[in-house]
Design a binder for this molecule. Structure first.
Ligand SMILES: Cc1cc2nc3c(=O)[nH]c(=O)nc-3n(C[C@H](O)[C@H](O)[C@H](O)COP(=O)(O)OP(=O)(O)OC[C@H]3O[C@@H](n4cnc5c(N)ncnc54)[C@H](O)[C@@H]3O)c2cc1C
Length: 303
């Protein structure tokens, strides 16, 4: 695979997701170069070529102009695979680029396989495996599905520019209305996973959160089952948090959950399975039944 990774830049900052693209390319053992509509003071730290279009002149968001620039970069890089993040920027641009290249477009890749790509299906209850049959492929990666690469290296910059009128004018960003609890501000979060077993047991997680002076959170299955409201969900499709203490109760540690909490300062995980993947990020793993451990710890704290 020879990939062109399309990095993201918003409100004057390089987005972390750019390192997930690099992580994907490294994991796929792909040769890669990057395209970024950004600025030279916010470059990714990576040892590869970066085709840089100055956002001050081409805009941070302009699908018509960025498409042309990406096509130019893809040609220079002789890329057979153009890779975007599955974000509003990526899902707007990817089909435009795919159409121009007469390439297959594969959206929301969560894994690569020997044959092609795995994508979520049926509201993520199933996965489907697809293979592109065109020479070139345009793909988008599900946020959090690939581990971000560590920032390291110095890019070799080639500047691109384009003086062309656009049929789209970017009006600016609008902050979505905040609703419910803002877990991003909590210093302590105790989250319930499917391992709590039943809806009534979420109460023991709430009690532990209260005893610790924090908020309670949840993994997606707990929210999908209606045991906790969506504003409590932590992960790629929930909130991204970085508290001082994160207590993961009966949570396996799927990549989409980790993407939402792995930057927590201290992670305590309680799980009956000592080999659960949460152990990879946990500072302390307690191998115990959460139904016994949570009430016992709450009682100790209250006492
Ligand atoms: C597009 C997409 C987006 C997603 N977004 C998110 C997201 O934002 N957030 C999110 O969390 N997930 C998300 N997911 C789902 C994610 O892939 C996992 O399915 C989910 O995180 C698993 O939740 P869990 O760890 O609670 O459940 P499981 O994976 O079922 O894990 C349960 C854990 O509990 C342990 N356990 C069982 N009984 C006990 C007990 N008595 N005491 C202690 N431990 C016990 C088990 O050993 C196991 O490790 C997303 C998936 C997709 C495809």
């Amino acid at each position: 695979m020879k990939a062109l990774l399309v990095g993201e830049y918003r409100e004057g900052k390089l987005l972390e997701s750019t390192y997930e693209l690099i992580g994907f390319a490294q994991q796929a053992n792909a040769e890669f170069e990057l395209f970024l509509a950004g600025d030279k003071d916010q470059l990714p730290q990576v040892d590869s070529k970066v085709y840089l279009a100055d956002a001050a002149s081409v805009g941070e968001y302009n699908p018509t102009v960025h498409k042309q620039l990406i096509l130019e970069a893809a040609e220079k890089a002789a890329a057979d695979t153009i890779v975007f993040v599955h974000s509003s920027y990526g899902w707007d641009l990817a089909p435009r680029v795919a159409l121009a290249l007469e390439a297959a477009q594969v959206s929301e890749v969560v894994e690569t396989t020997a044959e092609g790509y795995l994508l979520p299906a049926c509201n993520a209850k199933l996965r489907r495996s697809v293979k592109a049959t065109t020479g070139k492929t345009v793909i988008t990666l599900q946020a959090g599905a690939f581990m971000a690469a560590e920032p390291a290296g110095t890019p070799q910059v080639e500047e691109l520019s384009l003086d062309s009128a656009s049929d789209i004018e970017f009006g600016g960003y609008e902050q979505a209305e905040a609703g419910g609890v803002d877990l991003g501000k909590a210093e302590i979060i105790v989250s319930a996973g499917r391992g709590v077993g039943k809806p009534e047991n979420v109460e023991m997680i709430q009690a532990l959160a209260k005893a610790l002076g924090g908020e309670y959170g949840a993994s997606r299955p707990v929210v999908d089952a209606g045991w906790a409201p969506h504003d409590r969900q932590v992960g790629t499709t929930g909130q991204v948090v970085s508290p001082k203490l994160y207590v993961a109760c009966g949570i396996s540690g799927a990549i989409q959950h980790l993407a939402g909490m792995k930057k927590s300062e201290f992670i305590l995980a309680i799980n009956t399975d000592k080999d659960a993947p949460i152990n990879e990020v946990a500072d302390v793993l307690v191998v115990a039944d959460i139904k016994q451990f949570a009430p016992a710890l709450t009682a100790k704290l209250e006492g």
